[in-house]
Design a binder for this molecule. Structure first.
Ligand code: UD1
Ligand code: MG
Length: 453
């Protein structure tokens, strides 16, 4: 097998996206909790690129920060004026100085191209095509560039604005994804002019220029669903729906039971193991891992947490960042857990807030227990030992430590440590006043009778 050339990505992300009507650059709008740009980068990185250049413009600083988070090795270059897609690609030239492999141009606002599709484009390059363009049969070709081709041999691309009626009838459209050898790409781009309806430098012109220079150009096609771009809020919602549908399908194929798939919302990085059951109306924020065999019951909300095998979470539970559940833990209804480790077999079944805490092996936390972890300035830790029993409605005023096998009395406000095996009581002693209730009620009823007479 011949050795394939290295790949560099150029991701175009300079456009304003004015139809989003937003202060946020379009590529930073999120699908499944990740910016559109991150989705495009993720697909691109399946090629294991040697280099990656992101062309930023509108909201450049914010785009640069997102690039740092999702592709720390990428170079971000700035296109100060948006003069068209060819001009945008030209901005990456300096960053790719000395690179002598294939370049793949992606759009930051086109999140769903599959790795297999980019692979097919690489294969076409390896098979001798000088320029490879990703096309698709559009249901409504509208504003897309039209691919003028004979079979998979591409002659030129004509933008809708510049097309004749006959050309507009063509349904094979340009996705925008283009692959070519770096040196060829930049040579062709040097020749692109801006004498067209938009007065822009069109990247699409490189196909006609390549053919005029007796180079070959080829179309690789993919389903339209992959080339879905995001231009409006409605497109963003449609992209979210499409991505959710794909993730739910993948989860079920991997052995997860979703009893009502359409009501479960996943994040781009949600990891759910085999034989996990997810009941209706569960929402996963970013950073969640659920190990095989756990159950997530209805109406729960999870983010930034890890749920081990055998756990049952919910219904109506909230796991916030830093919630770490060891095996066989129970977190029941209206329980919120944040930055807390719950050791094996621990139970917190009703109406609690557990934050900045460690709850020991098989400890039982009674209904209504609250860790008072915040003094208004600092956060403090609560530690509950193995097999401890926390009475209902205990306030654990942190920093505080409850020993192993210890108990707290219901309704206690616990401000000091409780030693191993001890009972901590932090409430006033009960006093009974004989006959008091009867006397009080009689008095009140008499007062009411005087008023109404
Ligand atoms: C482009 C293609 C069209 C294709 C369509 C697919 C051209 C000339 N046309 O048209 O054939 O069918 O995409 O969606 O290429 N960008 C920059 N800097 C610029 C201009 C654009 O970074 O100066 C970026 C945009 O942010 C966007 C991408 O390039 O991510 C495409 O630009 P856009 O203006 O949306 O091009 P279209 O008119 O949709
Ligand atoms: Mg567009």
């Amino acid at each position: 097998m011949s050795k394939r050339p290295p790949v560099a990505l150029i991701v175009l992300a300079a456009g304003q996206g004015s139809r989003m009507r937003s202060d946020l650059p379009k590529v930073l709008h999120r699908v499944a909790h990740a910016p559109l740009l991150a989705h495009a980068l993720r697909t691109g990185h399946s090629m294991d690129p040697a280099r990656c250049v992101i062309v930023a413009g509108h909201g450049g600083a914010a785009v640069e920060a997102a690039a740092q988070a999702h592709a720390p090795k990428a170079d971000v270059v700035h296109q100060t004026e948006q003069k068209g897609t060819a001009h945008a690609v030209a901005q990456a030239r300096a960053a790719l100085e000395g690179f002598d492999g294939d370049v793949i141009v992606l759009y930051g606002d086109t999140p769903f191209i599959r790795p297999e599709t980019l692979e097919a484009m690489r294969a076409a390059r390896a098979d001798g095509a000088d320029v490879v363009v990703l096309g698709f049969e559009a249901a409504e070709p509208g504003r897309y560039g039209r691919l003028i081709a004979h079979g998979d041999r591409l002659e030129r691309i004509v933008e809708a604005k510049d097309a004749t009626a006959a050309e507009l009838a063509v349904r094979l459209c340009n996705s925008g994804v283009i692959a070519a050898r770096a040196s060829v790409l930049f040579e062709l781009i040097d020749q692109v002019g801006c004498d067209n309806a938009a007065g822009e430098y069109y990247l699409t012109d490189i196909v006609g220029l390549a053919r005029a220079a007796r180079l070959s150009a080829r179309v690789v096609t993919c389903p339209e669903a992959e080339t879905m771009g995001v231009n409006t809020r409605a497109d963003l919602a449609a992209a979210e729906a499409a991505f959710q549908a794909r993730m739910r399908r993948d989860a079920m194929e991997a052995g997860v039971t979703l009893t009502a798939p359409d009501t479960v919302f996943l994040a781009f990085d949600t990891v759910i193991g085999r034989d996990v059951v997810v009941e209706p109306h569960v929402v996963f924020g970013p950073g969640v891992t659920v190990d095989p065999g756990a159950t997530i019951r209805a109406y729960s909300h999870l983010e930034g947490c890890h749920v081990s095998a055998g756990c049952v979470v919910g219904p109506y539970a909230r796991l916030r960042p830093g919630a770490e559940l060891d095996r066989d833990v129970r977190v029941g209804n209206f329980v919120e857990v944040k930055a807390a480790t719950l050791r094996q077999g621990a139970k917190i079944n009703h109406l609690s807030y557990i934050g900045d805490a460690e709850i020991g092996v098989r400890a039982n936390v009674g209904a209504g227990t609250i860790t008072c972890n915040y003094d208004g300035v600092f956060k403090h830790r609560t530690t509950v030992g193995a097999r401890a029993f926390i009475g209902s409605n205990t306030a654990l005023v942190a920093p505080v430590r409850i020993g192993a096998d210890a108990m707290t009395g219901s309704g206690s406000v616990i401000t000091g440590d409780v030693p191993d095996g001890a009972l901590g009581l932090g409430r006033s002693k009960q006093v009974n006043k004989d006959g008091f209730a009867l006397r009080l009620m009689r008095k009140l009823r008499e007062a009411k009778a005087r008023k109404t007479n």
